[in-house]
Structures are given as structure tokens and as C-alpha cells.
Design a protein around this ligand. Sequence first.
Ligand code: BDR
Ligand code: CA
Length: 308
Amino acid sequence: SRKVLFDTDPGCDDAVMLAVALGHDDVDVVGLSTVCGNTTVENTTRNAQAILELGGRDDVPVARGCARPLVDELATAEWVHGEGGIRGDLPYPEEEEVVESHGADFILEQAYEHGADLTIAAVGPLPNLALALAKEPDLPEIVGEIYVMGGAALAGGNVTPVAEANFHNDPAAASRVVQDAHAKMVGLDVTDSASIPFADIEEYEERGGAFDVVAEWLRYPTETLDVGEEGPAIHDAAVVADLIDPGVLDFEEYYCEIDTTGGPSHGSVICDQHDIYGEEPNTHVAVDIDVERYRETVEAGLEGYAAG
Ligand code: BDR
Ligand code: CA
């Protein structure tokens, strides 16, 4: 199975993604680094621990990461994800039990330990990964693969007409990552289609237990965002589906930059689709998603998670 470190800001769609990863035999979760984003890093760290606890996986180490973006002010999204940044009745630990290392250092420690066997999947704002890259520019050569959920390379944004939340929260960090990581960028271009049907969510509700909580995570945007008939888009879960079943996403290589200039397109992705700059491609941009395969993979993982 595939060794994966998740850098995450749970967050309801993060929680679904983690549940799928924890519940699927093909993923070996080596640890989590947490980051501010959907809520404060205090909350994302507690939420991460509660997600592990609910799945009977408190053996997975958690490292607390950045409390703020590198340059910009943090904009949290409790209004979407729920009070404390998550929905559902969760088994919170009495005390925060985190590893001693900071999230950015934990990423490097895991990279040195597992080398090319490790995949890094970052699904929140990117200050942890940016710091790790600043400390260790060879990180992309050391590990196997780096996935990033963020950006909207070809499609529109979700916090501004052109910028996606994770990148908009910390454009400086996103810029460092896009310049250095040669990452697989899984943006709104595909994750807007990564929906889970309402009928499936209702089925989970009927089954109760841990599925009840999972159903609340899946429903997260329905009260506050415009959700299509297909069902809510679970952005971060698109990453784990492609990790488990490569080919769920199709990628094309482009040269990309992040706008960090503070203007109206701050935090957006400038994707050189037509090779106007003539630069070497630096990013694998996800351009298509096989929604059926995505849903099957999510379902399989959630079964394993709820079984504990
Ligand atoms: C991303 O922003 C966060 O709100 C979600 O957890 C996801 O990582 C989608 O834009
Ligand atoms: Ca996230």
C-alpha cells in the first residue's frame, strides 16, 4: 500500500478525505501535519485527532503546523465547515497529543525516513509545505510524489472570481510550492465535479454510527454554498481517490505561476496553457475527473473507516 503524509486543515472535506485514506487498504497513512485554514490550527489539530479517534486510528501521529499564512492574514471558513471548523459529534481527546516536531519539520522527517516511497498530499493552505521546501529544496527529489489540492488553473475560483481558497489564503506559500514542487495540482477545475450524490448521503444517514458523522461532513456546504443537483463537491477527496486509483484524474503539464501582487487576482493561478512564456512546464494540472471511479473509491474507503 501507498505511504502518504497528509498536510491538512480539517475541515469537513478534509475529514472525508482522511476517512477514505484511513479506511482503504491501499493507503498507509504515516502521519498528519495540520495547518490553519478552514479554522485555526488549534481547531484543525483537535479535529484531526478526533477524526483519527472516531476511526479507531489514534496510532497515527499528528504534528501541529503553521498558525498563520506566511504573509497574508488568515481567513477562516467556519461559516462553511461548522463551528470549530467541522460538523458532527466527534470524540475529542481531553488533551492535545501531538508529536514534538512542528508540521513543517515533520514533513521533512517523514520524507527522510520513507524517501521515494512517500507521497505528500497537501489539502489546505500551504505554509507548512512552503517552509519544508525552503528548508530542504531537494524535497521534491527525495519523495515520490507531491499532490496539492488548490487553485483553479483553468476554471473560476471560489473565494474570488479567479482564486481558490487554499491558494488565496496563502499565495506566497502557494507560489513557493508551485515554483519548486513540480506538484500534481488538483484544483477546482476537477474538484468542483467531485460530488457525492444526495442519495448516497441519505443511505449513510440511515446506517447510523460513524456513518452519521460522515454524512454530516458530506453535507457540509449545503446550508451556505450553492450546491448543484449532483450533490456537494468534496474537494479534498479527489486527491485521495487518485492516490488510490491512479487515473481517476487526468493531468496535463503546464507552466504555472501564482499571482502574489495583491491586486484583484491575488492568489490566482496563472496557467500558461498556450505556452506563451516558453518556460519549462512546472506543474501537473488536473484537467479531468472520472466521477464514477472517484465515487467508488470514496465509498470503499468510507466503508473501511466506519467499520473502525
Ligand atoms: C479547499 O478549501 C477548503 O475550504 C477545503 O477544505 C478545500 O481544501 C477548497 O477550495
Ligand atoms: Ca482542506
